[in-house]
Design a protein around this ligand. Sequence first.
Ligand code: ZN
Ligand code: ZN
Length: 721
Amino acid sequence: MNRITVITRNAALGPLDYRIDDEQQIAMGSLVRVPLGPRQIDGIVWDREMVEVNPVPDHKLRKIIAIADVPPISAPLRRLADWVSDYYVAPLPSILRMVMPSSYALDNARTITEYRANGVLPDRMTPKRAAALDAIADAEGTISELGRIGGVSEAVIRGLIKSGCFDAEQVSIDRPFDLPNPQFAQPKLNEYQAEAAYKMVEQVKAQKFACQMLDGVTGSGKTETYFEAVAEAFLQGKQVLILLPEIALTEPFLDRFEARFGVRPASWHSGMKSTQRRRTWHAIANGSAMALVGARSALFMPFTNLGLIIVDEAHEASFKQEDGVRYQARDTAIMRAMKENVPIILASATHAIETRYMAQLGKYETLTLPSRFGPAKMPSIKSVDLTSEPPERGRWIAPTLLKEIEQRLDMGEQSLLFLNRRGYAPLTLCRTCGTRIECPNCSSWMVEHRFTHRLACHHCGHAMPIPKNCPECDEQDSLVACGPGVERIADEVRDLFPDARTIVATSDTLYSQDRAAEFVRRVEAHEVDIIIGTQLVTKGYHFPDLTLVGIIDADLGLAGGDLRAAERTFQQISQAAGRAGRGAKHGEVYLQSHNPSNPVLQAIVAGDREGFYEQETLSRKSAGAPPFGRLAAIIISSEDEAEAISISRAIGAAAPKIDDLHIYGPAPAPLSMLRGRYRQRLLVQANRQIELQNILRSWIYALEWPRSVRVNIDIDPYNFM
Ligand SMILES: [Zn+2]
Ligand SMILES: [Zn+2]
């Protein structure tokens, strides 16, 4: 009899032992269905020596039910999952949920039925049916997907199918992806690009681990350059993984891929239909999809023949997962490349300090693209001192910037006004009693959204109509909006330039791939004169007629004062500034600030990237902050404030006494209430020699707390809120 160990997708379950028959062969990593009590669950056959199993006597072992007819999860991916579990102090099943996001692998169905509305109206039209048909429009999907899109139950959809309103279509889940053609459209590279491309191609040919930091100013043609390495991988018959920070909004990237390789790549993100996910997962697992473009979780896909990983915009904070398994996708991608023994390329104009430090140490190879591609030159950057040149009362754009916008309108060029704040106003205040309207679930202000006539909490999503009377003193029409958000800037622009065509670009307006594509089309077709946007517009867009960027509040990001405030401000403003002058026309950037002598802003104005990074690296070093020290946050939350405080004190009191290990707190987390839960935080700082994860495990997991309390460990935290 043979004993095997299975890890399931259920975080409450540890590794489980099962048996297979003597004559049965089973490979490590196989996907299996096993009995658990009266139920059947799915899992992966795991290397017994990697996990701690509660031994079950032979005679009690149950037999596995089925082995899936798909390639086993490879050893490199299994070792990656082990590493993530260990490093981020997360249960292995939570990671397997990303490796095997559902039971696709074990589904026997090779086709599924999808439906599409055919224009026929039901004999009996009800408001529900009408609304559902309206919402579904020409979307295609399974019954449950259409129910979700239409906002109705599956029964309503079934009724509509019976009435003949939908045509059925059999969709194969194995429908292959088109193969990319490495020679489809070969680019003309400049000398720097050609040299960097050559070095990347060499690594792909070598087929072993190497990390390259592609460091190129905005508009230097990083994508065309690393596409050469992608092409080489395709020539070798290898699969490629490209990670982007926000896949739902990167339609232009998929277009560029198609222009270079003749086909659209497979993609992987949270907005996908489950049928698409199933098809993509299988195609990656059986090696028939050659390229996958995805967000964070694509990192855990079961590639069989991976040859190259690319992390684009590698500095982006959105690569850090902030709930569930709190992993850093860039760091984890490097680990996957090591386990797979393949090269990885990190591309950015403003690399993270952590990445640059590794390059300095010589662990990553630096490839530099020092100039913009083609005729475009770097934009010139000036600051506008708001203390000596304030905007008019109740306005936010200073005279200098206004004059520049006006000139662009006269010349038929486009402007971008950047403010990293969604909504109309970040704060609503009562003129009579001074009350600020706060979210009932979180310790944060309600943000006014004038498009939707609502106040919204950006942390939990709570929304309410804007009250007419003050909720505190009941005074009528006493509430006023304080400070600007992008919608307010848009109002100001429309007021001052009534003939200009404006567009607001935020996650509220560009919430889907279609909306993002429409935005790009309108700007490219020059149907827009002025874009007002958040950091969303700073990502990878390339608008040749855009020659002016105005940073409305350059001080905004520096106010938080956390570990990465300076770096984040530098990155965001550099990225926003980088949208200016990407075509033949010269670009100009104006930074509005109350404190233009701030060293971060001075470095941006002077174009002194190296100087900024040197300063910032030094200050991280003297603070013992990453990458020079280790940092972890322990967040303790409960609906009962006293309970959150007492448990966090108990955890703090149980902290081990170790040299070079410092514990700060507990203190209320800066966002001390979130989604109705009170939050306390302990920060743990240690020098690099300390095995922080082991210490945390033996410290935290030796303790017990009531079920009403949640304790989350966040290794290398990004979010200091
Ligand atoms: Zn009031
Ligand atoms: Zn809230």
